[in-house]
Every structure is written in structure tokens, then in C-alpha cells.
Design a protein around this ligand. Structure first.
Ligand SMILES: Cc1ncc(COP(=O)(O)O)c(C=O)c1O
Length: 393
């Protein structure tokens, strides 16, 4: 690894995130295009089966985003007007927006020092209107699921897990995908496994899987695959007013091969995280993401925190300095209670979420993805070290 002083700024900007799309993915998409079957068909079915097997779940329903997965899961569980769903505030807006779309109330709760939903805060938020808890496995590592599942069991609530970041992550030796009533995954362009846009819901419950499948395609009793194949029938019935959330074979073509490469992607992510841990571990100015006991980390994110009062610049200045050195960065997340809609609609105030507030002030996600070269990693390390040396308070 080059020393800070020796390294000059990069010639080219390092994107915060880039997907790793291989020749197999490209050929599979071409095969779909040539086959004439470009919407939901045999490849979606195969991807569902492969994904269910990978996480060890009985059922997997492919949809066109994690947002759709969360929405369909909550809808299938009967969440509706008047119900409350407990959601951590440190998440992407999709986690709570879907609750709003169903006419229910997203009850935001604080997180712990690791950015995971606080089981204590969740317990305090339970009322007689509570219907479900929607924990997020922040950054690619499971939250305290035992505590959340126990809380849900005590109060008869459903747990729908937002595992958008966490395909392949394990909790007590088992992959995420079977712990809660339903588990939603994202295959968005930045995710550890991508189909461009896409998502999956897994569940152990056959009746729930069937209802989610129905709701994900207009509430129709037969999907196109069943209608348009040689043995298919033209007749279908609309059993519910469902949504249009189905995944296409073009997406599944990518997913089938991305899934085969997922363990390798995670290994590379862990290597990069280990390099960051080693390089930044001695810096008092930074707090690093921790590995929590009983879990494996897939490092979808590597969010560091600037410790308050240690640097002569704040988070926006830190990100600007990274950009000046041609290193992309991001923030995960602007807590939901800070967004105008959530403040206006529900009256949330920052002082209700002290841990998320403190975290948010210093949060910076550094680039971490398998397509990064060793030199890219060295450049990120050098840039961070340089900024800290130059701005020590
Ligand atoms: C925590 C979390 N939940 C849900 C989503 C939504 O995923 P999608 O873009 O697949 O709808 C995201 C997307 O970034 C996310 O980070």
C-alpha cells in the first residue's frame, strides 16, 4: 500500500458504486432477447428456485424491486388503514413509503450505535394498532433479529424483514430469508446482486407466498407464463385488485448468473472491508462499522462515522475533500424523520431519535464493491488518511 505522502490524486473519478456484470449475464440476456420471451417466464421461475435454494427458503417470489416486495408482503399480510408498522428511521424511504401507500402509519423508531433498529425503541412503540415490525438489516449485516422476533411474538405482530442490503448474510448460521414472516431483497443496480431493478420475497408460508404471487400480478389466477405456453389456457380470473410488480425474464437472466457469483462478490467485499479496517483502525477521528456477534457481514455498505470534535471539517466538507481527490462517497441514510414529508405528515422531530441524529451528523459511506481494483482501494485509503492528517482538530 502506497504511503499517504507518496500518492498523488487519481487521474479518474472513482465511482461510489459500479455493478460487476460478466459475459454470462450478457449472454443470458441476449438468449432471452432471441427467445422471444422477454417478460415473466421460465428464467424468472429458475431464478426463484435458485434463490430459494440459496437462502434455504421454501418459497421465493420474484418482483421488480424491493419496494414492491415490501409492499406486496405487507398487503398480503392484510396491513391497511389504521394499522401501525414499526420502522427504523435510519433507512431508505422505500421502507416506510410502502406503509403509507397501504394507508397504514409508519411508526419510526431510533436505531442503535450500529445503525440497526433498536429493539428497546421498537418495544416502546408497540400499541394496540401495531400490526407489523419492519426491521432493516442495515449495511448488509443482520439486526438483532432474536429480540425483534421475540417482541413480535409477544404482541402477535408480523415481522417483514427489509433485507435489501443483505442477500447472503447469515444470522446464527442460517442465511437471512427464513426468520421473519416474509423477507424482502433488493437487486437494484448498487446491490450486492443486481438485476438492474428487481427484488425477491421469501417466506416459509405457502399460503402467504401464493397470496403475494397473486397480488404481484394484478390479482390474476394465472400469470402470462401459464397462459401463453403450449399447454396454457386463455382463461383467468381476477381474484383481487392486485399490482403490476412482476419481474421480467430479462432481469432474471442477470439474476441467475449474479446469484452464482454472489458468494465470490461477498468474499471480495470482505477483503476490501478488512483492508479499510486495517488502515483506519488506529484513527481516533473515525468510528468504523463493527462486525456483530452471531452474524456474517456482506458489506453492502462501509459507513464510517466522523467522531464529533476531532476534525476541523464536518461531513459535507469531508465528502467534498474526497471528491476533490476523485473518490465518490455517499450517505446512508438521511434519517426518515428529517424528510419534509415525514415531518409534515406525522410530526416527527429530530430530538425523538438521538442515536440516529448523532450517527447521521458524521456518516460517510466509502466506496466498496467487487469491481474495485487493489489500486482503487489504496486510493480510498490514502485519500481518507490525507484528509484526516490535513484537518485534525
Ligand atoms: C434499506 C432499503 N430498503 C429498500 C430499498 C428499496 O429497494 P429497491 O430499489 O429494490 O426498491 C432500498 C434501496 O436502496 C434500501 O436501501
Amino acid at each position: 500500500m502506497a504511503t499517504t505522502a507518496a500518492r498523488l490524486a487519481r487521474a479518474r473519478h472513482l465511482a461510489y458504486c459500479l455493478p460487476s456484470i460478466g459475459e454470462e449475464e450478457i449472454q443470458e440476456v441476449v438468449d432471452s432477447l432471441r427467445s422471444g420471451w422477454i417478460t415473466t417466464g421460465p428464467k424468472v421461475k429458475r431464478f426463484e428456485e435458485d434463490f430459494a435454494q440459496y437462502v434455504g427458503a421454501r418459497h421465493a417470489v420474484a418482483v421488480n424491486s424491493c419496494t414492491a416486495a415490501l409492499h406486496v408482503a405487507l398487503a398480503a399480510l392484510g396491513v391497511g388503514p389504521g394499522d401501525e408498522v414499526i420502522v427504523p428511521t435510519l433507512t431508505f424511504c422505500a421502507t416506510a413509503n410502502v406503509v403509507v401507500h397501504l394507508g397504514a402509519i409508519p411508526v419510526l423508531v431510533d436505531v442503535d450505535r450500529d445503525g440497526q433498529i433498536s429493539p428497546e425503541a421498537a418495544a416502546c412503540a408497540v400499541t394496540e394498532c401495531s400490526k407489523a415490525i419492519l426491521p432493516v438489516h442495515y449495511g448488509g449485516q443482520a439486526c438483532d433479529l432474536d429480540a425483534i422476533l421475540e417482541l413480535a411474538r409477544r404482541h402477535g405482530l408480523a415481522v417483514v424483514e427489509d433485507a435489501a442490503h443483505a442477500a447472503g448474510a447469515e444470522y446464527h448460521g442460517r442465511k437471512l430469508g427464513t426468520h421473519g414472516r416474509a423477507v424482502a431483497f433488493s437487486f437494484y443496480a448498487t446491490k450486492n446482486l443486481t438485476t438492474g431493478e428487481g427484488g425477491m420475497i421469501t417466506t416459509e408460508n405457502g399460503a402467504l407466498a401464493a397470496r403475494m404471487r397473486l397480488l404481484a400480478l394484478h390479482g390474476m389466477s394465472r400469470d402470462a407464463w401459464k397462459r401463453y405456453t403450449e399447454t396454457g389456457s386463455w382463461y383467468y380470473e381476477v381474484l383481487e385488485a392486485g399490482y403490476k410488480d412482476n419481474m421480467t425474464d430479462l432481469q432474471a437472466a442477470l439474476g441467475i448468473h449474479q446469484l452464482r457469483r454472489l458468494d465470490g462478490f461477498i468474499r471480495r467485499r470482505r477483503e476490501i472491508a478488512a483492508a479499510y479496517d486495517a488502515a483506519f483502525g488506529g484513527l481516533e477521528e473515525l468510528e468504523l462499522p463493527r462486525r456483530l456477534p452471531g452474524r456474517t457481514h456482506t458489506y453492502h455498505l462501509y459507513p464510517v462515522r466522523l467522531r464529533p470534535g476531532r476534525l476541523r471539517l464536518e461531513r459535507p466538507g469531508f465528502i467534498q475533500e474526497l471528491h476533490r481527490r476523485k473518490i465518490g462517497a455517499s450517505v446512508h441514510f438521511i434519517p426518515l424523520h428529517r424528510h419534509p414529508f415525514y415531518q409534515r405528515a406525522y410530526g416527527y422531530r429530530p430530538e425523538q431519535f438521538p442515536v440516529a441524529e448523532e450517527m447521521y451528523r458524521g456518516l460517510v459511506s466509502l466506496p466498496l464493491y467487487p469491481a474495485m481494483t487493489g489500486e482503487d482501494v489504496d486510493d480510498v485509503v490514502a485519500a481518507v488518511q490525507q484528509i484526516i492528517e490535513e484537518h485534525r482538530g
